[in-house]
Design a binder for this molecule. Sequence first.
Ligand code: BG6
Ligand code: MG
Length: 222
Amino acid sequence: MHPKTLKFKPCIFDLDGVIVDTAKYHYLAWKKLANQLGFEFTKEQNELFKGVSRKRCLEILLDIGKVEATPEQFDRWMMEKNEDYLSYIEDMDASEILPDVVKTLDYLKDENVPLALGSASKNAKPILEKVKLLPYFNAIVDGTDVAKAKPDPEVFLIAAQKMGARPENCIVFEDAVAGIEAANNAGMTSIGIGDAKTLSEANHVFKDFTEISTEFLEGLIQ
Ligand code: BG6
Ligand code: MG
């Protein structure tokens, strides 16, 4: 699709930490693996894993524990971590959607704003299905579509292309430092969801969607 002039600027949403709080489940699964390998993994260390691909997370985890892995062990541990993660999110439902996310998506949908998901997760589609948000999105780009992880802009550039939009017209909602960097690297407007100090590179930062007013959204998409 060729870039065209759209009435409103398209919005791209990260999944983990923006739409649903899955970080706690990723943490439990990584912690279980770390403990199995004989070391501790703290919640503070888990912060480093936000927005980071599964493979890179395991590399960082093994660095923390000073554990060497053969390629076979590496693949097995990635698989085991994911199986544990999937068991934690098995019963996930719409009650786990973060506050005012649906209100925001409904407002944008009513205005006919093109919406995309731009996530590093290979589990993005099943999660969106579980929380019943799949129908909101015109395009989904996830960890199965990209070769380069955030802060590389690839995931967001593919999302823009799928919506037929110019990158500079897109708006990205992100909770991870790597994700804000990816949005900035793509030349998009970055909206940080979380701590203002941590996400200081973002164009705007809000603690969560309850802090984003309709007036702000209205101005943003023009
Ligand atoms: C990101 C999360 O969205 O997806 C990371 O913030 C996670 O913590 C990454 O490692 C990959 O997720 P998955 O589901 O493919 O293991
Ligand atoms: Mg995230």
